[in-house]
Write a protein that binds this ligand. Structure first.
Ligand code: XMP
Length: 522
């Protein structure tokens, strides 16, 4: 059991595997309506518990009609609700009505210019007339609609004559060959608003800043007089979840557990304890450094490291839970993107890394789950965090991987290497704050390489480890760019690290994007 969805009406987004599916849901919430993502091939209409005003068909990598390509479920084609088809979604819609598609004819990627022709605009779509006739839109496709069926009118074409906007003459079906959800589409928001408010006539029902009270109410209803055990990592999601639960239920009903595996940032355990104390959340820290170091001794394989840490973490948590039978619920900071597997996050994709985080606790604990953020995005959790009064140094923290410094010390781990890396990392992070770069990057950290190089300090030869600095830009960590930090700043950081951290005599900057590299080195 987990908390029910926050509201029972809104929009359905059918996912066909586009990298932008999550973004469509976020955009709808930003304009004030709740949206949920479901598998685009789902064969039954989800009508029992969710009232939807309209359907959005996402883009996707398939080619309509190819073997294995996802198709439009019969209940969608038969639905009386307005439908907005985006790219692949538009092609599905066009094909379902007998239109002609073509594959690989006009590959367009990037900005395109289109012109509207409103002469035959259907009545239900009248509000589109207020959009600028000429627009720049963002395209990303290899297939398109060559000729829609006569039941559709073509409302816009690009300069290359690609059919860009179609509308059914009677049914409220609109198809877009571009992405209104991405920022590069100049009037994307206006288009989404026209669909949501004018064509679907949906009421506004979502305001991230208003979620706080509703969440508190739902937690009270679900947990009642129960007691919640909450695993925390010091990161944004679990911290906000722990405080929200505490505010909803009171201090005596919520207990946070923090496992110190000895692979945290410098002084992190004390910092987390101080933060929780000032937030008024009960916290117990389990000091497991010795146990983790023992099991990790001599292990160099990244996956083996990750598996050992995941297992040890669960063991530590289970041991605590077994000794404290008073708990009825397990709190987790699970986010919406973690829940919808099919949404661009590669259901059935190859395992690149075995992820471990505080949300990965086993179900055999026999505690009921409370997941207050199961339907929310990270930026919405940050809004709740701010509304609860959590300071920016906590709410706007960079992400930190569950296995911690173990995946940033390449090769075998020992306490001395952890100390060296903590020192270097702390210098980098402090300087990022001091120069105002911290909030300009998604994540920044130091990595310790098992590579020795020769240096000279004073008159002496040194032969010590190399430290790599990594700073990336990203919006969700699925892809990443290289942080554009000034070379003079990096030189300063490198100089301070080599001067102050005994064990490092050379510093390099990682200039690889993701893909092909990942953000963490292991
Ligand atoms: P990668 O290295 O896969 O990282 O490009 C993407 C994002 O995920 C974080 N990360 C993790 N987070 N448990 C977590 O909670 C993990 O095991 C884990 N491994 C990587 C990483 O820091 C980056 O933000």
């Amino acid at each position: 059991m987990h908390l029910q969805r926050p509201v029972n009406e809104g929009f359905l987004i059918l996912d066909y595997g586009s990298q932008y599916t999550l973004l469509i849901a976020r955009r709808l919430r930003e304009i004030g309506v709740y949206a949920e993502i479901i598998d685009g091939t789902r064969q039954t209409e989800p009508k029992e518990d969710f009232h939807f005003h309209g359907i959005i068909l996402s883009g996707g990598p398939d080619t309509v009609g190819d073997e294995g390509a996802r198709s439009l479920p019969a209940w969608v084609a038969a639905s009386k609700k307005p439908i907005l088809g985006i790219c692949y979604g538009m092609q599905l819609m066009a094909e379902a009505s007998g239109g002609k598609l073509r594959s690989g004819h006009e590959r367009e990627y990037g900005k395109a210019h289109l012109s509207f022709d409103f002469k035959e605009l259907p009545k239900y779509a009248e509000s589109l007339r207020s959009l600028p006739k000429d627009q720049i839109v963002w395209m990303s496709h290899g297939d398109d609609v060559e000729a829609p069926d006569d039941s559709f009118v073509t409302l816009a074409r690009t300069d290359d004559k690609v059919v860009a906007v179609i509308a059914h003459r009677e049914k409220p079906w609109i198809g877009l060959q571009f992405h209104p959800e991405v920022q590069h589409t100049d009037h994307g928001e206006a288009l989404l608003k026209a669909f949501v408010f004018d064509i679907c006539k949906a009421p506004r029902n979502w305001d991230s800043s208003q979620m706080l009270n509703a969440s508190i109410e739902r937690i009270r209803q679900n947990v009642g007089k129960g007691k919640v055990l909450m695993a925390v990592s010091g990161g944004v999601d679990s911290t906000v979840a722990a405080l929200l639960l505490t505010r909803a239920l009171g201090q005596e009903q919520v207990h946070a557990i923090f496992v110190d595996h000895g692979l945290l940032r410098k002084d992190e355990a004390i910092w987390v304890q101080d933060q929780f104390k000032s937030l008024g959340v009960h916290l117990t820290t389990l000091d497991q450094k010795k146990e983790f170091y023992e099991e990790l001794a001599g292990i160099t394989d990244p996956e083996q490291k990750r598996k050992i840490i995941g297992r040890k973490f669960i063991e530590a948590f289970e041991a605590f839970a077994k000794g404290h039978k008073e708990f009825t619920h397990l709190g987790q900071g699970t986010l919406y993107p973690d829940v919808i597997e099919s949404a661009g996050h590669g259901a059935g994709a190859k395992v690149i890394k075995s992820h471990h985080n505080v949300g990965g606790l086993p179900e055999k604990l026999a505690l009921e789950l409370v997941e207050p953020f199961r339907y929310l995005f990270k930026d919405e959790v940050r809004i709740i965090g701010r509304a609860l009064g959590i300071p920016s140094i906590l709410v706007d923290r960079h992400p930190f991987p569950g296995p911690g410094l173990a995946v940033r010390i390449i090769g075998a781990i020992d306490a001395e290497k952890v100390r060296i890396l903590q020192e270097a990392d702390a210098i980098f992070i402090r300087q990022l704050h001091e120069h105002g770069f911290y909030s300009q990057v998604w994540q920044a950290f130091a990595v310790l390489l098992p590579v020795k190089s020769v240096g000279v300090m004073g008159d002496n030869r040194t032969y010590q480890d190399v430290c790599a600095l990594r700073a990336v830009t990203a919006s969700d960590g699925m892809t990443a760019g290289v942080g554009d930090l000034p070379i003079s700043f990096l030189v300063n950081v490198g100089t301070e690290i080599v001067r102050k951290v005994n064990g490092i005599n050379r510093v390099v900057y990682d200039v690889t994007t993701k893909p092909p590299a990942t953000i963490e080195w292991e």
